[in-house]
Design a protein around this ligand. Structure first.
Ligand code: UDP
Length: 237
């Protein structure tokens, strides 16, 4: 199967395949970045761990009836996905306060949000991914009212599954970022990845089991990601 590199991102490279123009191969890399790529490091083994974690979560979401781009894991670092046109929105869901939310509103981290809070950021590196609301989404022609409603409902439904799975393995799902895309028929489906690179997970002692280990220099990132993977592998099928 011959392939062609079509996109190189911070954490993944994307290839088209000669076999089917509606499929892509995502290759997870060992690179970790923060501050929009201003700090960049190679962390050996991260790509393998994130591919395994994201494949496991997307597989479970597919089984739960969520429409996603995930087809199957191909190798340690590769997965086969449906090709989508990414909707330029970072959809952030917060179950507990942390990170930029805590900074913006000057509140401590780890407070439970009785109603989980959903936020949109405009995915645009040149603008530094600004915080936007539904009306900006419409102004920027990113999505219609119906599409916005679908993305929000689907994100909250996904949050129910994810929060439950992580609670079963003793981890608190603090917050995370999702991305959606449109498939060849124009259907909106969940795309990108779900890994400790784009979520916050705290264990029972409040230890960070996610990319904050890198952002805040708290130790070995891959040791922590390995623990998350092993816990997820122990979830009932
Ligand atoms: N996030 C992400 N990519 C981004 C920004 C945020 O995956 O470009 C994730 C981040 O890992 C966290 C959640 O979205 O789980 C909320 O991030 P926040 O807005 O608190 O920003 P941060 O503190 O990470 O800068």
């Amino acid at each position: 199967m011959s392939r062609k590199l079509v996109y190189t991102g911070k954490a993944k490279d994307i290839y088209t395949t000669s076999e089917d123009e509606n499929l892509i191969i995502s290759v997870y890399k060992d690179q970790a970045t923060m501050l929009n790529g201003a700090r960049k490091e190679t962390i050996e083994g991260k790509g393998i761990l994130n591919n395994q974690i994201s494949s496991l979560i997307f597989e479970k979401l597919n089984v739960a009836g969520v429409a996603t781009h995930f087809i199957k894991q191909l190798s340690e670092t590769e997965q086969l996905n449906k090709k989508v046109e990414i909707i330029p929105l970072e959809v952030v869901l917060r179950n507990y306060t942390a990170g930029s939310f805590s900074k913006r509103f000057a509140v401590e981290e780890g407070l439970k949000l009785e109603t989980p809070i959903l936020e949109f950021y405009y995915k645009n590196d040149d603008l530094n991914d600004p915080f936007i609301n539904d009306e900006h989404v419409k102004f920027l022609d990113i999505a219609t009212d119906e599409e916005i409603a679908y993305i929000k409902n689907e994100t909250r439904r996904i949050n129910g599954f994810l929060s439950d799975w992580f609670s079963q393995i003793g981890l608190k799902l603090i917050d995370y970022k999702l991305e959606f895309g449109k498939d060849k028929d124009g259907n909106i489906i969940l795309a990108d990845e779900f890994s400790p690179d784009n979520c916050r997970l705290w264990d029972a002692e409040g230890r960070h089991m996610d990319k904050d280990v890198f952002r805040r220099d708290l130790g070995s990132l891959t040791d922590v990601y390995q623990v998350v993977l092993e816990k997820l592998q122990g979830l009932e099928k």
